[in-house]
Design a protein around this ligand. Structure first.
Ligand SMILES: Nc1ncnc2c1ncn2[C@@H]1O[C@H](COP(=O)(O)OP(=O)(O)O)[C@@H](O)[C@H]1O
Ligand SMILES: [Mg+2]
Length: 343
């Protein structure tokens, strides 16, 4: 039944983008100065997962590159590349096409981009709340004509840790809030994805709506469920998805998403999952203590809470409950399964 599996992959950029016109307009407005050879305004997109943030950022850059051919562009996922050097390595690779390893000194990496980069250009900093060394944002400011689109789950103050002297020079011109999708939009996203990736007549409107209702405003959940349902239907020899398969497919999708999220965790976050797997539930201080015993280079309690625990909770790998006035952290159900499936 699956005729084109690539449309279900994370890096597939759909066309059209459904129901996000005003968000698209804000980001394309921010980037508009690039069409005149100028530096664009930085923007910051935030909202829950599966709300289309990465898609809108990439689609806005896709539009820009239709207008301004070959404008230098880089995509960095700060969850994976969270140090200053790691980001600079990507920039030297993607913006100026030279491979300088991240083990090179910061100044070598900076010099290379300064020497070879001709602005304007744009960088997407996805999951920018995971960036450890935010002085990188000042480095970007120093590259002539470079602007960025930062993406995070919450409206964090990205510039909070920057030195006073440089803080005032880095500005965020546009802030764009993403809410969860409504059911109708998810149903439409699912319907179009089915049309692109499954055989004709594979889903009814009713199935799209059922998936949308259960996906709870999360387009990633909707699309992953659609694929899981298509696989189940195929294995039963069917050429369309019956409604009865949707419910199990949601649970399947939750596990699949948890597994994928687990595979993206930093070594700090993995230690947290391991500790909770073995000793949870725990209160925050205990959790931080056990983590610190196990990690060679543990972060402070504050950073641990704001960057790591917040991220794990956000992606629903970790959950909290209150018991006699104490907030206890434990592993969420799909994460347990994900952990077992991927030791
Ligand atoms: N407006 C949209 N139209 C079509 N597909 C979308 C839309 N928004 C999200 N998607 C799809 O949903 C999935 C998750 O979207 P993504 O942009 O990665 O969400 P976020 O970055 O907010 O977590 C992707 O597969 C993406 O293609
Ligand atoms: Mg994203």
């Amino acid at each position: 039944m699956i005729s084109n599996g690539s449309v279900f992959e994370d890096d597939h950029l759909p066309d059209p983008i459904v129901g996000r016109n005003s968000h698209m307009n804000e980001v394309t407005d921010a980037l508009a100065p690039i069409e005149d050879g100028q530096r664009a305004e930085n923007c910051f997109l935030f909202g829950p997962s599966g709300a289309g943030k990465t898609t809108v950022a990439r689609a806005a850059v896709r539009e820009l590159r239709r207008e301004v051919l070959d404008v230098p562009y880089a995509y960095v996922n700060c969850w994976r590349d969270y140090t200053r050097n790691a980001v600079l390595e990507r920039l030297s690779h993607d913006l100026v096409g030279t491979a300088v390893p991240r083990s090179a000194s910061t100044s070598t990496l900076l010099d290379r981009v300064h020497r070879d980069f001709n602005g304007p250009g744009v960088v997407i900093l996805d999951e920018v709340d995971q960036l450890r060394e935010t002085e990188l944002l000042y480095d970007l400011h120093e590259f002539r004509g470079l602007s960025w689109i930062g993406i995070a789950n919450d409206e964090v103050d990205l510039l909070a840790d920057l030195d006073e002297r440089v803080r005032s020079r880095v500005s965020v011109g546009y802030r764009v809030t993403f809410d969860r999708y409504g059911e109708d939009t998810i149903a439409e996203i699912v319907r179009l994805r089915a049309r692109a990736g499954l055989g004709p007549g594979a889903v009814s409107q009713e199935v799209c709506e059922t998936i949308a209702r259960l996906a709870d405003g999360d387009a990633r959940m909707g699309i992953t469920t659609l694929r899981a349902a298509a696989r189940k239907a195929s294995s039963e020899g069917l050429s369309n998805i019956p409604k009865r398969l949707v419910k199990d497919s949601i649970s399947e999708a939750e596990r699949e998403i948890a597994r994928k999220t687990y595979s993206k965790l930093t070594d700090h976050q993995r230690v947290v999952v391991d500790v909770l797997q073995e000793d949870g539930p725990l209160i925050q201080r205990e959790l931080h203590e056990r983590y610190s015993e196990r990690h060679d280079d543990p972060v402070s309690l504050r950073y641990f809470r704001d960057a790591h625990l917040a991220k794990l909770e956000h992606y629903e790998l970790v959950e909290t409950e209150s018991r006699s006035g104490k907030k206890l952290y434990s592993l969420a159900e799909p994460a347990n399964i994900g952990r077992v499936a991927q030791p």
